[in-house]
Design a protein around this ligand. Sequence first.
Ligand code: UTP
Length: 463
Amino acid sequence: MRDKLLLQLSTFSQEHLLAFWDNLSDVQQANLTAQIQEIDFPEMEAMFEQSRAQENLKKLAQRAMPPLAVRLDSNDPPYTSEQAYPLGEQALAEGKVGVALVAGGQGSRLGFDHPKGMYPIGPISNASLFEILFSKIQATGMSSGTAIPIYLMTSPATHEETVDYLKTNRWFGLAEEDVVVFCQGTLPAVDATTGKLLLSDHDSLFLSPDGHGGMLAALDRSGALGDMQQRGVEHLFYFQVDNPIATVCDTHMIGCHILANSEYTLQVISKQDPEERVGNVVQIDGVTRIIEYSDLPADIAKVRNSDGSLKFWAGSIAVHVLDVEFLSRMAKLHNALPIHCARKKVPFVDLAGDPIDPTEPNAIKYERFIFDLLPHAKCSLSVEVDPAVAFAPLKNASGATADTVEHVHHQMMELHRSMLRKAGVQVEDGCRVEISPLFAMTVDQLREKITPDTSIVEETYFR
Ligand code: UTP
């Protein structure tokens, strides 16, 4: 086997992967062989070449325009709520909506020792991200009179623990057959100067999840796309595991998506600061796409309209509605999603067999992003939402300036206090409150459950 592998690897100057072969046990040799056989070496070479010649987004950005959008404050929106809601409700009731939740990331910034979805984020309940998000799906299913299937993406880094956790918690009230868990793929990291694949140990390549864009191939490979088609799911509501206030299965957004005949609809917020760390949704030469905050030149990001608002106002919060038909068309295309390269610090084992923990970025990690499907969509749309009611991402460990557990708690309780007040309840400022999605998801549902003049003066969890 060694000689056969060596021959294959030498064609691509990757023979160093066998440097410790003779000292490996049979099992270790088998593991390493299996990992090597999974690698598409010609593609790895092409990716490394591409990392040296990234598309010049900065130049493209010069021709950017704001996207077609349903704004919150528009006097003349392309689609009104009165038009959109009934269509969204109907699609949900007819079982045409499924949910895609991506939870394969390694959550390295948060520094939590388990899959991020297990993080106990409920400010009073300590409910995990998974529990809150699954409860939202359950509650939406109950109010629309239909079960909503969830397609949950894990990665080799999160799969086993996630499945065990969900099983132990009985899928948080969803029927087991409505929870389809599928695992994304991985990609190797390479040395940034030579393109040689890095070893994480004597018998193992350094592999990491292939980005949320890995969802496209993984949905196809796992049969999940086929499952959607079989169930008659036409629209897939996509969101990320780190946002506990995501407006899961947003009826208005789904309705707008249908009205616009959109294949890819994005939920966006109005950026307040040119440098806000969200992807910028723009149109370039009539094609909608996302330019990441790091790629939008500062002078373009700062351009303002005559009323002082930002010209490039639309920030993506990674909540999308994607047509299943569109996804299956894309899955058949070879390379629908380009590769993104990022220079990172990657610990590895050197040729002497010693572990190296670099202090500077030494490697290139590759990822695919789901939003790169946008330019392929025949029609796309952005729908604005108020970040106060829809976006509280948990990204960083305590102490960071944004997106920490403290920020998320604060925002969740602000939102829940405001919902209670709208329902006629008196809540003292700063009073700690939390509402379970199974108690109420909307102000109208709250009104049905609480007598209007109730006064809340102490910590209360509504469940
Ligand atoms: P992020 O890009 O914020 O990454 O993922 P992360 O893994 O959660 O955190 P860091 O960057 O390591 O600190 C946004 C969403 O995309 C999912 C994540 O699970 C999260 O829901 N994701 C990311 C995947 O499912 N797979 C990936 O390969 C990457």
